[in-house]
Structure formats: structure tokens, C-alpha cells
Design a protein around this ligand. Sequence first.
Ligand code: UDP
Length: 493
Amino acid sequence: MKAKQIVMNILDDAPKPHFVLVPYMAQGHTIPMIDMAHLLAKHGAFVSFITTPENATRIEPTIDRARALNLPIQFVPLKLPCAAVGLPDGCESADKVLDKEQLKRLVDAYGMLHEPLKSYLHAQSNPPSCIISDLCQPWTGDVARELGIPRLMFNGFCAFSSLCRYITHQGKVFANVADGNKLIILPGFPHHIEVSKARSPGNFSYPGFEQFGKKILEEERRADGVVTNSFYELEPLYHEAYQKKIGKKVWSVGPMFLCYNDMSAVTARGDKPSVDEKHCLQWLDSMKPASVLYVSFGSMACTLLSQIEEIAVALEASKSPFLWVIKSDDLASDIDRFMAEGFEERIRGRGLIIQGWAPQAMILSHPSVGGFMTHCGWNSTIEGISSGIPMITWPHCAEQFLNEKLILDTLKIGVSVGAQSVAKRMMEVHEISIVKRDQIEKAVLRLMGEEMDAEERRMRARELKQKAAQAINGGSSYNNVQDLLEYVMTRKI
Ligand code: UDP
């Protein structure tokens, strides 16, 4: 029987192919894997989504919705042995840890889920067909081998940044580079590209994480394939080159969040919004089409108060309507004093500030939003692309400087704010230099303005939005999910 036929038969009758998803516990890693669970379920799979009690509470609306709709997704909270590694109770995700020591303990605690995960899987009447786990959950490779099923790696990067990362880490390109700012030509990249160590994704190379970093690279080599939240038409050259370089299949199945039928499901997958969604929508409805600049730097990046002040002055001076998200971490600084000095009053009517968590995907999809000032995290980037919005790029750390290159040089849908500083979380701020108000204002005017280049950026962004929707609705990403199911079922049989 041909593989395609087998899959069709299996999809028609039980049992369904059983995917086990193991995310890394941070918003930017968990959210796309929640999307992946829904996408696979929509294509006829059964999904076990591995989480922990505290993280399950955080995603309760998603769990409740999946239950109410009787979706074939089982959320499995495995108890994280916090006490055994000396972590405070409930410290179960990367955005809750206070320092590197706690992060190390968190990583160790996750590694200790090996046996509980195996016990859960052994007890299932529908045995697992495959594990798809985050790059940062390398211990799952051993579980998959013990169960005799494939382990596919999800790293949450686009193909462009995945390829850069693969070449630098597996090829040890930065091994003897002492100066983090030195530009290095990447060997084996499809075209000339120069990157610096400081502005490339690291591999947990700090003291105490050596074994973890090594295990990540080893399990990346041993993985049976890779799943990405990108789509082929966005970056065909890098998709092909990445697949060739790693010598295994890359399933690009994004933008995964477009698989939902309703926006409330999209909003439910993150933290609880700190704004009344209706109020937010009413405010957006009152703005002119494509006039609002949305400003947000994701879930992990910290912004210093002095930087917040520069952004505020620039936004005020630009005269552009804006919706600005200031995270609760940032609020630890003296933001209230700043607001009390009359800023909110002066921007009333054309500026909305959300302090805490914003319903980002909902905001980006609103027709009044015409620009996105972003830290270039991949989820934010793909959400911006799917909404047809040009971007002001302001990378902070990790692979964000690489994503910026893709946005500016390949896709040509962005304007750089000119950020050079590498600013990581846990106040591990390196060579911080504040981006000045004039620089920010200039970028806002360029992006939101009516010059020819701004119009061309908008046009290219709109084209990409269409391509993204096509990819997931019957196009390349749709076919890749089908192919993934076929691969898994054929392997199992
Ligand atoms: N996000 C959100 N509201 C916020 C901040 C972030 O919904 O106030 C979501 C955003 O839509 C994206 C994810 O959190 O899906 C952030 O992931 P990304 O890769 O952009 O950045 P990270 O937070 O990992 O740096």
C-alpha cells in the first residue's frame, strides 16, 4: 500500500497518529507549540502536550477551550521536581527564574521528567508515534530512542536563522573568537554574510551549562528531522540550504497560529491580557486604517527606564498614533513617576499604553495597525508578516539580530532603528547603549510615512500576508503537515 493511502486510512479510522509535544517553558517557546498542537489536531492527529502544573494554570483558557470543543489534545501536567533541585515551588518557567543558578536548576528539573514522561506514555492505549520537542529539551531524545519512535526538533527559528545557528555552533565558527563584536564570514552560507558572536544565538556557553549545551548540539545531530514555524515561500533559498546542510528533512509548517478559526483562541494561548480586549478593539476601531504603530518587545526583553523615556519622547514627537506595550518587568523601574509627569495626558486620543501583557496577535490583525516596532523575536516577526505589517526592527539578543537581517535585506519590509546593544534578561545587560529619541523618531517617520519606499514596503508586506495565508490553507505548509503525518505513520508501521 502506498504511504499516502495508509495515512488517509488511518485518518479516517482510529487510532490517530499520536504526537507528543514537549515545549520549553517560556512564552516564546510554549505559544508556538500550543499552535502546533492545534494544527496537528486539525490535520487528524492526537496530541499529548506535556506541561507542568504551574504552566498548565497559565494556559488554562487554552486547555478549557480544547476540552469544551472536544479537541484531540490532551494537556499533561507532569510534576516538576522543584524541591529536589532547590527551586522555589512554582518556579517552572524561564521567565520566573531570577538568575543563572536558578535557570540551571530549572533545566535539571526538566531533565528529571524523563521517567514520568515515559510512564505516562507507556500507560497510553494509543502508543506515541513521535516526539516533537524544543531544542532546549534535549533529554527527550533519549526518551524517543527508548520508545523506538522518532524525535523531531523544534527550535522556533526561521530557516535563515536556523542555518546561521547551525553553521556557527556545529561548525564551531566562534570557537576561538575572543572579540564578540568581530564580524565573521559564515562559511557555507548561500551568499556572503557577516555575523558577530555577540549578535548570534548562544548555546548556553556559560559556566555550569557546558553539559547542557553539549547535549543540545548532540541531540540536534541525532534528531530525525526539524519542524519550523516558517513557510517555504518566505525564504525558499534558506529553507533549501538549511535542509541540505543538516542532511535531514525540514518541515516548515507555519505560520502555525493561522490555523485557528477564531481570534479568541489566539488570544487565549498567552498570559491573561492586562487590558480589556473590548476597550482595546474600540480604541483601534476609532483610529484611521493602517495609522497605528504597535510597539512591543516580546515577553523576555528588559527595557531600562532611560530607554523607555527616549521611546516616549520619540513617539510623542512623531505625531503617529501608537499602541505601546510596557512589560511588567520594565515596570519595576520608575514608570509611574514618568507617566505622572503628564505623558499620558499629552498623548491622549492618539496613544494607548498597555502595562503588562497585550493580546498581540489580535492587535496586529486589526486594520488600523500599520506598523510594528519589534524586538524581532521569531513569533512576533511571523505574526507581523502574517498580518501584512512593515516593521521597525529593534533586536535585543538571541537570534533577533539575524531575524533583523532577514526582515531588512531579504524581505525588505523593515526599517532599522539602529540598535547595537545586546541586552539579555536577568539584567545581564551587555554594552548597553541607549537608542536615542531622534533615531527612534526618524525610524517611525520613515516607516509610517508616505514616501515611495514606505509604500513599497507596505506593498511587499501585503504580498507576504497573502502568501502566508495561502501556505497554511492548502499550500506548502498544509502539505508539509500532511507529509509529516505520513512520515510518522510510515515510520511507525
Ligand atoms: N506576546 C503577547 N503579548 C505580549 C508579549 C508577547 O501576546 O504582551 C506573544 C507574542 O504574540 C509572541 C510571543 O508572545 O507570540 C513572544 O514570542 P517572540 O518570539 O516574539 O519573543 P520572545 O518573547 O520569545 O522574546
